[in-house]
Design a protein. Structure first.
Length: 64
């Protein structure tokens, strides 16, 4: 059985490091998307709570 040489080893290592880098970037974007989704849900909940109570006004001085 033939052992792998330095070139093959470096090629395998480069592809593993490249895949790990792209997996890390994908993970960061996924977490950022989840954060934006939670913020959106919280804003929607705040808006519903403000619309439910007519005494609560966001801008008390004007009709916005």
């Amino acid at each position: 059985m033939r052992s792998i040489g330095m070139g093959e080893l470096l090629a395998v290592l480069a592809s593993v490091v490249g895949l790990a880098f792209y997996a890390f970037v994908f993970f960061i974007f996924w977490r950022f998307y989840q954060l934006l989704e939670k913020i959106s849900e919280n804003v929607a909940g705040i808006r519903q709570a403000l619309e439910k109570d007519p005494q609560t006004r966001l801008f008390p001085g004007g009709d916005r």
